[in-house]
Ligand binder design. Structure first.
Ligand code: PEP
Ligand code: MG
Length: 539
């Protein structure tokens, strides 16, 4: 039994096998196999083939570059022959009944770590050779490397950190919890966990490589604890707690169909934040009144090229149709910072959070925005759709967007393509936008306050930097004053104001937001019913 602590970013209990996403370059899919002997035979054949390849490389290099330079392939051959290396792979296949590719990658990673931690410099440098032969062997087995594992069973994902482009390709129905050694309270892994309503810990005090896939884990998001190979009594206690949580959730279900209205009659709209159509189902299950933030960038990441107009149109159309007459607010592409798409022209930056991201990318590459807007205006014919723009800092940006939007609609009319005009709003997530919200309010239909970025920029604290978590105070008076200012300015212009950052689900602030006059809260689907419960008890 190993007890590991971490910083909880979402409550809950999860029990299940651990999947360690270690060195992504060595990552392959784990499969269960029936015939262990045939699998060991397949491994031996692949080792034979790898040896033959290395022999050929040795001979070719010796001829072209001399024996000295060719010696490295000889070293690889010796490493591949190593009895301990081969035995560990075979043992794993036999004991865990897993495919050879997977066994090779796990043992390869272990050997890489052993060599990398040696004091002798020569031996340390052999880590790269082990990695090389491991990749060669996996390829000889016909395996595909470099992909985040395909999930075949529900697992607790353990990793150093997960990027949005990695999480977007994971089968969400098979994730029980996240545990990462890096990552901050506001990292996208944390937001994803809240959206999925599963426990998550960041900043765990152990390296992922010290754990092994297949070990049994217990994640307790209430106290920030991750137990590997828990005892029977710990399991029993966790099951009892899970039962209690299920009962509490069942009680909240009684609030389905009821309004979020205070005792004095003030109505608050409770919407959900989503990143995909799967999340939309969860929003409906939790009786959200609509979708206040569809993070459309998730359609753009974890793939090789931009999504085209038709592909986007189909997704937005399906989303509004699933919602019936409930509203869907789609945020246009907010790429950059931690959300990267390799095919987009975003270079590595010194300071990406303050860099080329959000609306800046779209204004520099208007064709990307035009395609998205065409898809959105067309999909609007099928339901209740609105659009909002991220990372706004100026009146001029909004004016430019309006020109682009008007041109897109003219184009659609001229082409005779059916479309519908929609309500258009902006995210208020920079102090600049908050401070000129009186001017901006005159130009748009609504505001949605993105408190994650607003807090990051107001406090000058990188939301991804776990080291700064103790300084990151989302209840900071500066942030709350900006929110109040934005709400007042919106209302003076007769416009609606929502909060869609993580703070919307912070129950300690629900009363404050209601008192401030916030019209709508948009939060992770799992938070909706609890917020409704609280609002209904407010004076
Ligand atoms: C925010 O900044 O609060 C927000 C909702 O946007 P994101 O978290 O996607 O940056
Ligand atoms: Mg934001």
């Amino acid at each position: 039994m190993k007890r590991i602590s971490g910083k909880s970013v979402f409550e809950g209990i999860a029990l299940g096998p651990v999947l360690v996403l270690g060195d992504r370059e060595l990552q392959v899919n784990r499969k269960s196999i029936q015939d262990v002997d045939a699998e060991v035979q397949r491994l031996q054949e692949a080792i034979g083939e790898a040896q033959a390849q290395l022999q050929q490389l040795y001979e070719q290099s010796a001829k072209e570059l001399g024996e000295g330079n060719a010696a490295i392939f000889h070293v690889h051959q010796l490493l591949l022959e190593d009895e301990e290396y081969q035995k560990r792979i075979q043992d794993r296949i036999q004991m865990q009944q897993v495919n050879s590719e997977y066994a090779v990658s796990v043992v390869g990673e272990q050997f890489v770590d052993i060599f990398a931690s040696m004091t002798d410099e020569y031996m340390r440098a052999r880590a790269a050779d082990i990695k090389d032969i491991t990749i060669r062997l996996i390829k000889c087995l016909g395996g595909e490397i470099g992909k985040v594992a395909e999930l075949t069973e529900p697992v607790i994902i353990v990793a150093e950190e997960l990027t949005p482009s990695e999480t977007v390709v994971l089968d969400k129905s098979k994730i029980l919890a996240f545990v990462t050694s890096r990552g901050s309270t506001n990292s996208h892994t944390a937001i994803l966990a809240r959206t999925m309503n599963i426990p998550a810990l960041v900043a765990m005090d152990m390296k992922p490589e010290e754990l092994q896939s297949g070990q049994y884990g217990l994640v307790n998001g209430f106290i920030g604890e991750f137990i590997v190979e828990p005892s029977e009594s710990q399991l029993e206690e966790a099951r009892a707690q899970m039962q209690r949580i299920a009962e509490q959730r069942a009680l909240l279900q009684e609030l389905r169909g009821k309004e979020a209205i205070t005792l004095s009659g003030k109505k608050i709209v409770l919407n959900a934040n989503i990143g995909s159509l799967d999340d939309l189902e969860s929003a409906l299950v939790n009786d959200a009144e609509g979708i206040g933030l569809f993070r459309s960038e998730f359609l753009y990441i974890g793939r090789d090229a931009l999504p085209g107009e038709e592909e986007q149109f189909e997704i937005y159309k399906q989303a509004v149709q699933m919602l019936g007459d409930k509203p869907l607010v789609v945020r246009t592409l907010d790429i950059g910072a931690d959300k990267q798409a390799e095919y987009l022209p975003i270079e590595q930056e010194e300071n990406p959070a303050m860099g080329y991201r959000g609306i800046r990318v779209c204004l520099e590459n208007p064709e990307i925005l035009q395609t998205q807007l065409r898809a959105l205006y067309r999909a609007a014919v099928y339901g209740n759709l609105s659009i909002m723009y991220p990372m706004i800092i100026s009146v001029e940006e909004v004016q430019t967007i309006k020109q682009i939007a008007a041109a897109v609609k003219t184009e659609l009319s001229e082409e005779g393509i059916p479309y519908r005009d929609v309500q258009e709003g902006i995210m208020i997530e920079t102090p600049a936008a908050a401070l000129i919200s009186d001017e901006l309010a005159k130009l748009v239909d609504f505001f949605s306050i993105g408190t994650n970025d607003l807090t990051q920029y107001t406090l000058a604290i990188d939301r991804q930097n776990a080291k700064l978590d103790s300084f990151y105070n989302p209840h900071h008076r500066a942030v709350l004053r900006l929110i109040q200012m934005v709400a007042d300015n919106a209302h003076k212009a007769g416009k609606r104001v929502a909060i869609c950052g993580e703070l919307a689900a912070d129950t300690e602030l629900t009363k404050t937001f209601v008192d401030m006059g916030i019209d709508e809260l948009s939060a992770a689907p799992g938070a909706i019913l609890q917020l409704r419960d609280i609002i209904r008890s407010l004076p």
